[in-house]
Design a protein around this ligand. Structure first.
Ligand SMILES: Nc1ncnc2c1ncn2[C@@H]1O[C@H](COP(=O)(O)OP(=O)(O)O)[C@@H](O)[C@H]1O
Ligand SMILES: [Mg+2]
Length: 350
């Protein structure tokens, strides 16, 4: 998805400023330098190494053992292991030489179905390498295809069903047309549990030789919301600044305010009046590098843990946050919208 690529590119530039300049100058360096991303370096190589996703892993392990499977559809939020699972299964089935039997495409790069058709045709023309029964076509982010394109994809899947298995991935299975869904075994990936995210960030930190404080691990877990790509990227970004990673460092480098900072803002609205609360909000936006929408979303997440507010108040605040968020997304000015929110909070809470 565009968001993911642009995000990982910016982060890449933060972590490796010199490398990324070189990368722009010569694509030659790309492979080499991309392998420096921790998300790539610590990507599970076999189905059995995937964290969490027990329901998925159990079923995929059967395919790995039998070296046979139907068309597959992987659905779920970003950073939960869909691409990882597709690659791991392919490696389990074909071993070292798996690349010869794998065609990997990203539907959001290749929106024109014609280019997909041409590639599939070329790929399917030669027989599977090493006496394998079939080849694998992995179409990542298939929900980027229009319904018409998906219709054509369905025909391609049928045409090459003898020699090829398709693995499709998407964020929402509802965006995949029914005739494709019904031809695939559907696997639902869930956001990873806090325990799994925490375990993996500590695992990676150990291998990379960084000291990760326990509460920093918890902060990573909190900001990732079950997205391991996000957690590992934030870990790497922080480690580029300091090899001893503290909770503060995580929050300051990941555009996330810690819960207490958000609570202090609410408290200031109640106790200190408009100007003081507004100042606190400015400081918070600066320190953690938040945009207005980030702030409103993070405040939303942390509102319900503010036990100094009663239930009715929280319900009112929720409505106001929703209103401000909508206006911001629609292009309302950030300063005035946030001031309006602060004004309302001060009036209501004092
Ligand atoms: N279930 C998982 N177990 C272990 N690592 C994972 C898992 N999910 C994601 N990761 C890590 O996050 C990175 C991105 O995961 P990926 O499989 O590409 O996510 P997506 O679901 O968006 O395709 C991987 O390279 C890996 O390092
Ligand atoms: Mg993916």
């Amino acid at each position: 998805m565009n968001y993911e690529t642009s995000q990982s590119h910016t982060i890449f530039a933060v972590v490796f400023p010199s490398l990324s300049v070189r990368m722009l100058k010569g694509a030659r360096h790309q492979d080499q330098s991309m392998s420096e991303l921790w998300v790539e370096r610590h990507r599970p190589q076999a189905v059995s190494e995937i964290r969490g996703q027990h329901a998925v892993v159990e079923r995929l392990a059967v395919y790995s053992a039998k070296k046979e499977f139907p068309h597959l559809l992987f659905a779920g939020p970003p950073g939960t292991g869909k691409t990882t699972a597709a690659m791991a299964l392919t490696k389990d089935v074909f071993g070292e030489e798996y690349r010869r039997n794998l065609l990997e495409m990203n539907a959001s790069d290749e929106r024109k179905l014609e280019s997909i058709r041409t590639k599939v045709k070329q790929f399917a023309r030669t027989s599977p390498y090493g006496g394998a029964q079939f080849k694998i076509i992995f179409l990542d982010e298939a929900d980027a295809l229009t319904n018409d394109a998906q219709g054509a994809l369905r025909r391609i899947m049928e045409q090459y069903a003898e020699t090829c298995r398709f693995i499709l991935s998407c964020n929402y299975s509802s965006k995949i047309i029914e005739p494709i869904q019904s031809r695939c075994a559907v696997f639902r990936f869930r956001p990873l549990s806090d325990a799994d995210v925490n375990a993996q960030v500590h695992h990676v930190a150990k291998i990379e030789g960084v000291t990760l404080d326990d509460d920093a691990g918890e902060a990573l877990t909190r900001i990732s919301q079950g997205d391991l790509r996000k957690a590992l990227t934030a870990l790497q970004v922080s480690s580029a600044i300091n090899m001893h990673i503290t909770r503060d460092l995580i929050y300051e480098t990941s555009a996330t305010a810690p819960p207490e900072a958000l609570h202090q803002y609410l408290m200031a609205c109640r106790e200190d009046g408009f100007h003081a609360a507004r100042r606190r909000l400015r400081e918070l936006l600066d320190r953690y590098g938040l945009a207005g929408t980030d702030f409103v979303n993070q405040l939303h997440r942390e509102l319900y843990t503010a036990d100094f507010l009663n239930e009715d108040t929280k319900l009112d605040i929720t409505e106001w946050m929703a209103e401000v968020e909508y206006r911001l997304v629609e292009g309302g000015g950030e300063q005035i919208q946030l001031d309006a929110l602060t004004a309302r909070l001060v009036t209501h809470l004092r």
